[in-house]
Ligand binder design. Structure first.
Ligand code: URA
Length: 243
């Protein structure tokens, strides 16, 4: 369910502000009834008319994007920094990110105009697995990484068990590359987890989201998900299947 003014804006009727005005002016009908209050929610099954013309349903689109570092996971930014939506300006639909990656994190992020799909994939109860590769300052010991595997206390509570694998380390430069898979999505979670064991993250990239990876893409590039991939993601979320 989405707010009527948002649905109108997404369908390209008018900006959200103008759509609100049109609703208040009595120009919009839902299932034949004029709706004047703001905040009414509608679903894909509702028939919406604007000044007597039925709304075209926007085609749902799904993209896998390789977000570069230094880009905000949003559709706009008040400080005018680059946002993920900037890479999708030439497509007809208005897509937004599914969840978020930090400004300074690169990697896989899904983009869609399907609100229900985005909600499903970001809700913690669906436990979608996400795999990150982190470059750490210092070289953690096995026992220290095991703390992350078991779950570690952060200021917003214990983390769920994670899978952690040391990929490589360089003694001389005192750096390690570690892969970590989590199924939660708290703010700056991976960075905070490594901070908690005393090894700050210097560089972070999300390499996998469920069964999807970045193969074939360079930073700043995207591809459409296949209909099958979209379906399998729904099944994963619905059945709580991880990874
Ligand atoms: N964890 C982080 O710390 N940053 C991200 O962008 C994603 C997960």
């Amino acid at each position: 369910m989405e707010r009527l003014q948002k649905v109108l804006a997404h369908a390209g009727v008018a900006s959200r502000r103008k759509a609100e005005q049109m609703i208040q002016d009595g120009k919009v009908r839902v299932n034949g009834e004029v709706v004047k209050e703001l905040g009414v929610k509608v679903s894909a099954n509702d028939k919406i008319e604007v000044e007597g013309v039925q709304l075209e349903k926007e085609t749902k689109v799904y993209y896998l994007f390789y977000k570069p570092r230094g880009v905000i996971s949003a559709v706009s930014d008040d400080k005018n920094r680059k946002v993920v939506a900037d890479y999708f300006q030439h497509i007809e639909q208005r897509v937004y990110p599914v969840g978020r990656l930090d400004y300074d994190t690169s990697g896989l992020i899904l983009m869609t105009n399907d609100g229900e799909f985005a909600h499903m994939l970001t809700h913690p109860k669906f436990e979608i697995e996400k795999t990150y590769v982190a470059r750490l300052k210092g070289i953690p010991k096995r026992e220290e990484l095991q703390k992350l595997e078991r779950g570690i206390k952060l200021e917003d509570g214990m983390t769920a068990p994670a899978k952690v694998k040391m990929l490589s380390s360089e003694k001389k430069q005192s750096k390690a590359i570690v892969q970590i898979t989590i199924h939660e999505g708290r703010n700056r979670q991976v960075r905070r987890m490594f901070d908690a064991i005393g090894y700050p993250v210097q560089k972070l990239s999300r390499e996998q989201f469920a069964f999807l990876d970045l193969r074939g893409l360079n930073a700043g590039e995207y591809r459409e998900l296949t209909a099958h991939e979209v379906k399998v993601l729904r099944v994963h979320a619905e059945t709580g299947k991880r990874g």
